[in-house]
Design a binder for this molecule. Structure first.
Ligand code: NCD
Length: 308
């Protein structure tokens, strides 16, 4: 176990349970602050953060930017669609140019798995991974686990099923690492073609029957089909996928009316989750988004203090 403070947040893999608990404790403080009329603290007022998004994002980009501003940091935003990356500049050159303007931290989303780890070896700034291809999305896993913890208390022995496109989902992988560290039992459920063979080596159960999986679980985390990452057809049609793996009200009531329902967004209503389920009282989808700001404030704050 590594007891040195982390200089970057590249993934959940390699972290330990103490680090996660310390993020939760700090996030709880920021969560309380965010309920107050004045939602800001000057904790990072000497820090400049660059948000580098080389892939589409709504929630994560806005959430990081709000977290940074509420900590008093100076913020610059960069998205690849409007940048010189389109003119052939390399990733390291682009980032180093931005860093030469005295940037302390980089929050990066990139379509290539491992892009943040690669960059961390070549530049002199702290890096937070905001999603690297199909690899990891650590702050999403932290906000998901924090949201579960808020509803269910200690996650030791709690049963979580992650449903859908496990193969292409960075949310699934980071969630599995995080939940296992916190002592939860994890199952993945979906069509065999969307569940990678190696997944069982991570200590998770596998099911291809959603009704049985929902009966077993305390929490269902429903994932979007990552069509933009699929290079071949993994199931016959969206209609059939939805029939077998979509969460409807009828299915929920029959299997487990007390199930806690989560989704990282963006939701495809009527595909992996029905509109009724997304908006029902079991669903904490918007609370996840709310908690995302507090979790990201905690991560940025602890990294800046070199105390993560
Ligand atoms: C996820 C992502 O981008 O990995 N969304 C998010 O960050 N809230 C999941 C997805 O795109 O389906």
């Amino acid at each position: 176990m590594n007891n040195l403070p982390l200089n970057h947040l590249l993934g959940i893999k390699g972290m330990n349970a103490n680090q996660i608990h310390s993020i939760f404790e700090t996030a709880q403080g920021f969560h309380n602050l965010l309920q107050a009329p004045v939602k800001k603290t000057p904790a990072l007022r000497d820090i400049t953060i660059a948000n580098l998004f080389f892939e589409n994002s709504t929630r994560t980009r806005v959430s990081f930017e709000l977290a940074e501003k509420r900590l008093g940091a100076d913020v610059i935003n960069f998205s690849s669609s409007s940048s010189s990356v389109k003119k052939g500049e390399t990733l390291i050159d682009t980032v180093n140019n931005i860093l030469s303007m005295k940037v302390d931290m980089v929050v990066m989303r990139h379509p290539a798995p491992g892009a943040c780890t690669f960059l961390s070896k070549h530049i002199d700034a702290q890096i937070v991974n905001a999603g690297d291809g199909t690899h990891e999305h650590p702050t999403q896993a932290l906000l998901d686990a924090f949201s579960m913890h808020q509803k269910l208390g200690d996650l030791q022995g709690k049963k979580v099923v992650i449903v859908g496109d496990i193969k292409h989902s960075r949310v699934a992988l980071s969630n599995i690492y995080c939940l296992k560290l916190l002592g939860a039992e994890v199952m993945v459920c979906g069509p065999a073609t969307l569940i990678p063979k190696y997944i069982e080596t991570l200590g998770v159960k596998v099911s291809h029957n959603l009704d049985e999986a929902l009966k077993w679980a305390d929490v269902a985390n429903m994932l979007r089909i990552q069509l933009e990452r699929q290079d071949e057809r993994y199931f016959p049609s969206i209609r059939e996928y939805s029939k077998l793996f979509g969460l409807s009200m009828d299915r929920l009531n029959k299997a487990n009316p007390n199930l806690l329902i989560m989704h990282p967004g963006p939701i495809n209503r009527g595909v992996e989750i029905s509109s009724e389920v997304a908006d029902c009282s079991n669903s904490i989808i918007l609370e996840q988004v709310e908690n995302g700001v507090a979790i990201r404030m905690a991560v940025l704050f602890l990294l800046a203090q070199k105390s993560l």
